[in-house]
Design a binder for this molecule. Structure first.
Ligand code: NAD
Length: 311
């Protein structure tokens, strides 16, 4: 039995995820610092809590969907934070779906495991934290088709499955605490670099006289095929329905991509891992942001390489 679910962070992603949980029949209480974000939930009659601590006092499971590590730390360990009522906590499970670094996830999880449950729920004697970041963007959050990458205690992952399957189509257990966060930043690092590579190559093709549509067709039946070429092509006019064909509107912003690459390169540094391509990609996305494209979809990186006529 999951019990009552407290949801914090009702932004672009979290508002849809919380709605899907309500539609699936879960009883929710919510919190956000932005009045606009909570308005829709007030209208639906969902109970609103003033602080994370108040939310924790009336929730069995807490889900957080916040912008970055500093916000997550603030919501968990700040004054009036989720853990402020410790050492005895009501929630038996904390799920953080924000994209943050694995080191922060691990240290929060260790802090939580030092707390004690107010009353023991299910088979787990101590409160547990899962890091469960997502892939699929705002459309995936709205449609309930997100992919969850989950790190932490496996029993907790199995117990939380009904929640993941109400918000997503796929949940993969990644191992110990922080491994979900690690999976997410590695996925986005590969995606950031592949988008730059595909853009660079498609731009070269056009400069050499071959159209991006023809070259994409070749990539997609050859060894250059990848998500950036066959599902999210960066050249305007090559595919319909993707941000590149809508003036790079919607989608995943260059600013968020730069944030995720910062996380990946900082985490790599902490473990002495050299990732030269990701560092270069980070510089490229930072330039895009400085150039006024921070809200445009990250596939607008193609524009860094080609300013001629599109398809
Ligand atoms: P968002 O900025 O739209 O929403 C964040 C929400 O958190 C806002 O409503 C904000 O008011 C609230 N918030 C911030 N600080 C708070 C605090 N101290 N207490 C309570 N509420 C607070 O962000 P988003 O696009 O929903 O993304 C959330 C997370 O999901 C990020 O970590 C992001 O990297 C990740 N993510 C986003 C996407 C995407 O396409 N947008 C895709 C995958 C993962």
């Amino acid at each position: 039995d999951i019990g009552k679910v407290g949801f914090i962070g009702l932004g672009n992603m979290g508002s849809h995820m919380a709605n899907n949980l309500i539609d699936a029949g879960f009883e929710l209480v919510v919190h956000d610092i932005n009045c606009e974000a909570i308005k829709k939930f007030v209208e639906k009659g969902v109970p609103i809590k003033e602080t994370p601590l108040q939310l924790a006092e009336s929730s069995d499971v807490v889900i957080t969907m916040l912008p970055s590590s500093s916000h997550v730390l603030d919501v968990y360990t700040g004054s009036n934070g989720l853990l402020h009522g410790g050492p005895f906590l009501r929630p038996w499970l904390f799920i953080d779906s924000s994209t943050i670094d694995p080191q922060t996830s691990r240290s929060l999880s260790a802090t939580i495991s030092k707390c004690t449950l107010e009353k023991i729920k299910g088979s787990i004697g101590i409160p547990v934290m899962l890091d469960a970041p997502v892939s699929g963007g705002v459309p995936g959050a709205e449609a309930g088709t997100l992919t969850f990458m989950v790190g932490g205690l496996e029993e907790a992952y199995l117990a939380a499955k009904p929640l993941f399957h109400s918000m997503g189509k796929c949940a993969t257990y990644c191992g110990r605490s922080g491994n979900g966060a690690a999976a997410k930043i590695c996925n986005n690092m590969a995606m950031a670099v592949s988008m730059v590579g595909v853009s660079e190559a498609l731009a070269l093709g056009q400069n050499l006289g071959i159209s991006a549509t023809t070259l994409t067709k070749i990539f997609n039946s050859s060894s250059a095929r990848c998500w950036s070429s066959d599902s999210y092509n960066p050249v305007p006019g090559v595919m319909t329905g993707v941000p590149s064909s809508k003036n790079y509107e919607g989608g995943f912003s260059s600013k968020l991509m730069a944030k995720d690459l910062e996380l990946a390169t900082a985490s790599a540094e902490q473990v002495g891992h050299n990732c030269r391509l990701a560092s270069q990609a980070l510089d490229i996305y930072k330039e895009l942001c400085k150039g006024g494209h921070e809200s445009k979809d990250f596939s607008c990186v193609f524009r860094q390489y080609y300013s001629g006529k599109d398809e």
